[in-house]
Design a protein. Structure first.
Length: 68
């Protein structure tokens, strides 16, 4: 039996609780990651952060539609 079939065989209430649990686990992970990074010494330096910001800058260019 595949994972999807096993999931589908659960009652709707159980599936809802499972989904809420997964969302709670993900939220806790997002909330705790800065503290974990600080504790492990993985905080980027100012130069590294500026380089990342420069690379991630949104660049939008306009392209004219050709007559084909």
């Amino acid at each position: 039996m595949t994972f999807w079939n096993s999931y589908r065989s659960l009652s709707p209430k159980t599936r809802a609780l499972f989904g809420i649990g997964v969302m709670a686990w993900a939220s806790i992970g997002l909330w705790m990651s800065p503290q974990v990074e600080n504790a492990m010494g993985m905080v980027p330096t100012t130069a590294e952060q500026e380089e990342l910001d420069r690379k991630m800058a949104l660049r939008v260019s306009r392209v004219e539609k050709g007559d084909h």
